[in-house]
Design a protein. Structure first.
Length: 164
């Protein structure tokens, strides 16, 4: 039996991400949309239990042995589902973010959703860091989807979805 989705939005680091970058990620999203705070949690293990959101000044660098390192979007999705099923982690594995090498270069983030509508692979779109909060909330409420973001990003010169 599948557990219902949790309240925390997981962020996977598939590259080496510093504590400072993680803290800036939280700060940017809190500053940009102070009316709604997204409860993000940085996930570096599939055996730990995640029940509280990550806080500024409490972030640590991504774990060197993180099982997410070098993984694809779909592989991250499968690991998050496993984490949700095997622990008491309060995460939503269907909607998540990924920080990768490109994130460190240009402050963009991969937003991902698990497969739906008969799909077999998790899907993602690259967005600016300040869009993460509102886009993930729109995914949850059904007001938007990764596919809609992909359509918009296809029109961008650099393939990054930005607010118009």
């Amino acid at each position: 039996m599948t557990k219902p989705s949790g309240r925390l939005f997981p962020v996977c680091c598939i590259a080496d991400v510093s504590a400072e970058f993680k803290e800036r990620f939280i700060q940017v999203n809190q500053d940009y949309h102070d009316q709604v705070i997204l409860n993000v949690v940085f996930v570096d293990s599939i055996t730990a239990t995640y029940t509280e959101e990550s806080e500024i000044d409490e972030c640590t660098p991504s774990a060197s042995d993180s099982p997410f390192k070098g993984k694809s979007v779909h592989e991250c999705y499968l690991l998050l589902r496993r984490l949700r099923q095997e622990t008491e982690s309060d995460i939503d594995p269907e909607n998540f973010a990924i920080l990768d090498e490109q994130s460190l270069q240009d402050d963009t983030v991969l937003l991902a959703q698990g497969p739906y509508d008969g799909g077999v692979e998790a899907v993602s779109v690259r967005v600016t860091m300040e869009m993460v909060n509102m886009e993930l909330l729109c995914y949850i409420t059904g007001d938007s989807s990764v596919q809609q973001g992909q359509e918009a990003s296809a029109e961008a010169v650099d393939g990054v979805y930005r607010y118009q």
